[in-house]
Design a protein around this ligand. Structure first.
Ligand code: PLP
Length: 396
């Protein structure tokens, strides 16, 4: 049985090029970039070369890139640093959206306990917010606006450039969690008016446990980890050199092939969306156009997401009901609830996140198996029986 891996928003397979690039740093080049001898300096050169290559992909300067252990760390540090620096000037208000990743939302919840005030902008039913809504929420005491570039569940892409423009005009720092965007759609921190940006290697065919935070020159940045002088004194600890080199190579590869990858993914995505919408009482979540090329997110009425996933897994299809972080809990996704979906509909969600490694055969397997599994679950569901007999009203 062919494995159809369509959970690329949770993590991706490493690319061959990234593995090849990192191997010498696991096998031969073992130096510590902080050592003064030749072995250390070879490592240091590779580290700075990787930083420059990543900076080029983002259109920033190498010194504006700080390596981290991934997207969560980058989000935590960006937000905490802005909060602390803002509060020194009496600014204790932060603006975000209701459907951010938990790395952002849980950091903000902690800050609320420490006396910060957070405005959670409502997301429209299409999964989008507007720059005007951000502008209206900005106050004289706003320290930070943090809005994700692209949502990890429903794939919607926010008007980042416009939000950045509003923040520049008002003199407020703008951070974006771009973990789902970088390497997948065009990202340019200069052109898009971004002050701080989080990225993670394992979402674009790099290794797990490595990411970066971009911080525009002039934006104050606090120390993440105290200790040695690594990362311009902001984050102590010997660098994950192999992971960092692989990240640079994976990102270059993703950016070089971006147009072709997007074209391929959009074709597969639209074929899957059109096919799955033929299932009665189904619905696409998130804007049809302003979404990631690789994202499909559907709801099927009368279905429990967990059973759908388990039955699809038995057919070799690895998908998700939403975020990897909420799976395991029975609460419906906070993202789908933020879009205004009722609980019983939000429970029946399916996220298919593609990559350029997927092909037509994968799409055909999905289009063959998902309708069968949905029908099978419905045939055994008392709720569906009530819906069909008119004892309950269909919601979609
Ligand atoms: C995966 C993800 C993260 C977390 O990144 P890690 O590198 O796994 O810590 C943060 N934000 C978004 C939008 C993500 O998709």
């Amino acid at each position: 049985m062919k494995t159809v891996y369509v959970d690329n928003s949770a993590t991706t397979a490493m690319s061959d090029k990234a593995i090849e690039a990192m191997t010498p740093y696991l096998k031969g080049v073992y130096g510590n970039p902080s050592s003064l001898h030749t072995v250390g300096q070879v490592a240091k050169e590779a580290l700075e070369d990787a930083r420059a290559r990543i900076a080029k992909c983002l259109n920033c300067e190498p010194r504006e890139v700080y390596f981290t252990s991934g997207g969560s760390e980058a989000d935590n540090q960006a937000i905490r640093s802005c909060a602390i620096n803002g509060s020194k000037k009496g600014k204790k208000h932060i603006i975000t959206t209701a459907f951010e990743h938990h790395a952002v939302l849980h950091t903000l919840k902690k800050l609320e306990k420490d006396g910060f005030e957070v405005t959670y902008l409502d997301v429209h039913s299409n999964g989008l917010i507007t720059a005007e809504e951000v502008e209206r929420a900005i106050r004289p005491d706003t320290a930070l606006v943090t809005v994700m570039f692209a949502n990890n569940e429903v794939g919607t892409i926010q008007p980042i450039k416009e939000i950045g423009e509003v923040c520049r005009k008002k003199g407020v720092v703008f951070h974006t969690d771009a973990v789902q965007a970088v390497g997948h759609i065009p990202v340019d921190v200069k052109e898009q008016n971004i002050d701080m940006l989080s990225l993670s290697a394992h979402k674009f065919h790099g290794a797990k446990g490595v990411g970066a935070l971009y911080v525009k020159r002039g934006i104050p940045l606090n120390t993440f980890i105290d200790g040695g002088a690594q990362e311009r004194g902001r984050r102590a600890g010997t660098e994950n050199l192999a992971g960092i080199v692989a990240m640079a190579t994976a990102l270059e590869e993703a950016c070089e092939n971006m147009q072709a990858n997007m074209k391929k993914e959009i074709a597969l995505r639209d074929k899957i969306i059109d096919g799955l919408l033929k299932i009665p009482h189904s619905k696409l979540n998130g804007d049809r156009k302003k979404r990631l090329p690789a994202n499909v997110n559907m709801c099927f009425e009368g279905i429990e997401g967990e059973s759908l996933l388990l039955l699809l897994d038995a057919k070799g299809i690895c998908a998700s009901s939403g975020s990897a972080c909420t799976s395991g809990s029975l609460d419906p996704s906070h993202v789908l609830l933020a879009l205004g979906l009722p609980h019983e509909i939000a429970h029946g969600s399916l996220r298919i996140s593609l990559s350029e490694y997927n092909d037509d055969e994968d799409a055909e397997i999905i289009l063959r198996e998902v309708p069968k599994v949905v029908e099978y679950i419905r045939s055994m569901s008392p709720v569906w029986d009530d819906l069909e007999k008119g004892k309950r009203k269909h919601l979609i």
